[in-house]
Design a protein around this ligand. Structure first.
Ligand code: AMP
Ligand code: MG
Length: 400
């Protein structure tokens, strides 16, 4: 059985690169930028005030307290700026252009206005509270690089650069097919105690959307080879095809045999991880399509998505950063296990205690317990060969 790194690197090495397309800015959230975005002008584009207060000649206030004559007012958006005479101040507002000659802005909290004059109570340094033209960006500078995943910050930044449309990678079209005789969809009546309400299809659809993909839900098919094969024959319509359930070693686990029959080339089946050990990966359409057969336990499904499928979706979109992020934290309580063959990913909560990061794992360790994700923000990694971890020791944590 292969280790996690090898499985991930096989998947990543088979990711095709998708075309790009232009979309309106508000449709770009969660997508991967496919162009370097350059600033067309300096930012700020003019010297302006960082505070509400008084613009002054710095030399006039360096021995404050001092009283200055107020010669005018400059609101934000003011068109003209005038020359500020020596020994005078001008009332100014945040974002307003700095009058010619002014070399500092004294915030209003440090002043007292009276009879057309203002008392400056404290000295400020030359240049204080002035935002200089070009201090944030120079015209021609690259603001966002190709491969950036667009979050709400980048959407706002692109708006400020007047990008009405942006070039992004096409969304991968991802099919999601759930399997299992006992699985019932939302709203379907449960008629026997042995039936189970689905979660996997919905976990995946939501996860695919967040990773910039375009999910296509194909519903639930029972463990019947003919019906499964018919559903699987839709492969060609998608960039990625994901099934859940039926990929283990049981008599009614047909996925492996059937995907080979419909032309999937299997690259691995079973990885040395816990949960999600039976995961299967293959390619189709001469390597242009990716197939993932994920085991049915809800935690296996979510974890296989986070650690194997999501990096692939991001890489297909040419994201610069597509692998899960790891850091180290102090373990709160002892952890032990019997079987040390596989690398285990345990749902856990990373938090700040005092000066350091601490990690506490969910008491719900088993792979059918989706509630182990409630409040969780990371996986605690228990490496192959490790039987126990002691409270207080540093543990590896993968963020999600
Ligand atoms: P399997 O991988 O088909 O052997 O399924 C493993 C376990 O996951 C079984 O307990 C199934 O009932 C459960 N399971 C399979 N598919 C789903 C699903 N879509 N939603 C929730 N649980 C599922
Ligand atoms: Mg099953």
């Amino acid at each position: 059985m292969m280790p996690y790194e090898e499985a991930l690197s096989i998947v990543l090495s088979h990711c095709p690169t998708l075309h790009t397309e232009k979309v309106y800015l508000l449709d770009a959230l969660g997508r991967v930028l496919a162009e370097d975005v350059i600033s067309e002008e300096d930012r700020p584009s003019f010297d302006n005030s960082a505070m509400d207060g008084y613009a002054v000649h710095w030399e006039d206030i360096k021995d404050a307290p001092v009283e200055l004559l107020v010669v005018g007012e400059v609101p934000a958006g003011a068109e003209e700026t005038f020359e500020l005479p020596k020994g005078c101040a001008v009332k100014i507002f945040t974002g307003a252009p700095i009058p010619k000659g002014a070399t500092a802005v004294v915030p209003v909290e440090y002043t007292e206005a009276k009879d057309g004059k203002v008392l400056i109570k404290e000295a400020f340094k030359e240049g204080a509270n002035i935002r200089r033209k070009g201090e944030e960006l120079k015209a021609g500078e690259i603001v966002l690089q190709k491969g950036t995943i667009l979050r709400h910050y980048e959407v706002g930044l692109l708006a400020s650069l007047n990008k009405v449309q942006v070039e992004v990678s096409r969304r991968p079209r991802v099919a999601v097919l759930s399997t299992g005789d006992e699985i019932k969809d939302l709203g379907e009546p449960i008629t026997k105690p042995s039936q189970i309400r689905t979660s996997n299809g919905y976990t995946l659809i939501a996860g695919i959307s967040l990773a910039g993909g375009e999910p296509h839900y194909l519903g639930i098919v029972p463990d019947e080879p003919d019906r499964l094969k018919k559903a699987l024959s839709q492969l060609e319509d998608y960039d990625v095809f994901i099934t859940t359930g039926g990929v283990s070693a049981g008599d009614r686990d047909y996925i492996k045999t059937l995907v080979e029959e419909v032309g999937v080339k299997v690259h691995f089946h079973k990885v040395r991880i816990k949960p999600a050990k039976p995961i299967l990966f293959g390619t189709y359409k001469e390597g242009k399509g990716l197939f993932f057969g994920i085991p049915g336990n809800p935690v296996s499904c979510a974890m296989a998505f986070d650690l194997i499928v999501k990096p692939a979706l991001l890489k297909m979109q040419s994201a610069k950063d597509y692998t899960p992020k790891t850091l180290w934290a102090k373990l709160k309580r002892d952890f032990s296990r019997r079987d040390t063959e596989r690398r285990e990913f345990v749902r856990a909560i990373l938090s700040l205690e005092g000066q350091g990061l601490v990690c506490d794992y969910s008491p719900k360790l088993q792979s059918h317990m989706l509630t182990s994700y409630v409040g969780a923000n990371c996986y605690m990694v228990v490496r192959e060969g490790v039987k126990e971890l002691k409270g207080g020791e540093l543990v590896e944590v993968v963020l999600f």
